[in-house]
Design a protein around this ligand. Sequence first.
Ligand code: ATP
Ligand code: MG
Length: 424
Amino acid sequence: MQPLLPYLLGADHPAGHRLTDSQTCLRAQDIDEVGDNRHTTFFEMLGNWSLGDYFKAEQIPQIWEFLTARVGLDPSRLYVTCFSGDPAHGIPKDTESAEIWTRLFTEAGLSADQVELDTEEHGGEVGSQGARISFYGKKNWWCRGGSAESMPVGEPGGPDSEMFYLYPQIQHDVAYGAHCHPNCDCGRYIEIGNSVFMEYGRTETGFEALPRRNVDFGGGLARIAAASIDSPDVFRINLMWPIVAQLEELSGRSYDTDTVAMRVIADHLRGATFLAVDGVRPSNKEQGYVMRRLIRRAIRYAFDLGLQQNFFPQIIPTVASMYTQDYPEVAERAEVVEAVMAKEEKAFRRTLNKGIKQLRGYRAGIGGAELFVLHDTFGFPVELSTEEARRQNIPLTDGWQAGFDEKMAEQRARSQAATRMKIG
Ligand code: ATP
Ligand code: MG
């Protein structure tokens, strides 16, 4: 999305007005979701873009054809969401998309009932009642800032329409709400694609219809592949399963009983491998820190599976082998990637055991000072320590974050002073 922004705003793209792409992405913000049946931090996103070219009337039937005729999904298990409107900003309900979907479902001999759910909370209270098309408010509005209020003047935004695949083999879990609906987090409906219709621009006083409208479709390859084999679990596709199978073999454990740990390890090592291929190296800053967090968290989970010796040299080649055909750079850089990963594993394993013991010793509570020791002496990223504390039922004291930040700032000041002295 970001690299295309100038073209979404009107510049001419050298490849034309209709683009398709497949992008690797790493959503570090999804790290805590990993462990369920559908989220990974690293994934491949399939995209279709209309830069001022086709719009809803062409795009919705096109994606319908892709999902049903090409991928072969069962149309009776497809459910969609549309935007219910934003009266406060004078933005109407997206009836146009809903009408196109209604026609497609009806032509396929399927019901096309509509339901207004507005928010996820309300959806959980009333459920989607079998409706094919569910309307939500903010959830189906797209803009870069996230909400209509926070959009700067000149920014484009618009309604989106999301596609979900229903897995009747998954029972709704009331922990997520009394009733199920497409945006319920129980995993019975899985979002496989999202079409964003950029048709409004923010003005000084409100919104105006844009003369040049764009479409951005994004669909997760793994989720679409999983749907094509009727698996609600994305880890069962052949781009993921070999990693899990090898984890089973190395640990002697089963995916059925150690599901979460194996999902976390498989995902995190795949993400870290791709970062290494892109030239990122583990560090305490920015992308390097994300990479370090992924690797160290994977090792922590592996520890519980009994994988207490270095195992990256066995598993990383398996991870890489699945991508060598589509991403030649993975094969080209395999040796250095394996070395980088192995080095980071070795470094962390030296302190992991002692770090866990140290942490368990803080029974009375963990605050900024303890988190700093775990970080500085034992190489525990702060998120790993807080996660571990919760797992061990050790309380985090009030203000731990501020305390930790303060210790980190002090350390930075100390090292800057030391550098100045050396230079001086
Ligand atoms: P979800 O609500 O399931 O987290 P999302 O609303 O965050 O999905 P989008 O930001 O709309 O998803 O991304 C477009 C598509 O990318 C989704 O329809 C889905 O197919 C895929 N996708 C999004 N997040 C992930 C993820 N963490 N792992 C795998 N695929 C994903
Ligand atoms: Mg998400």
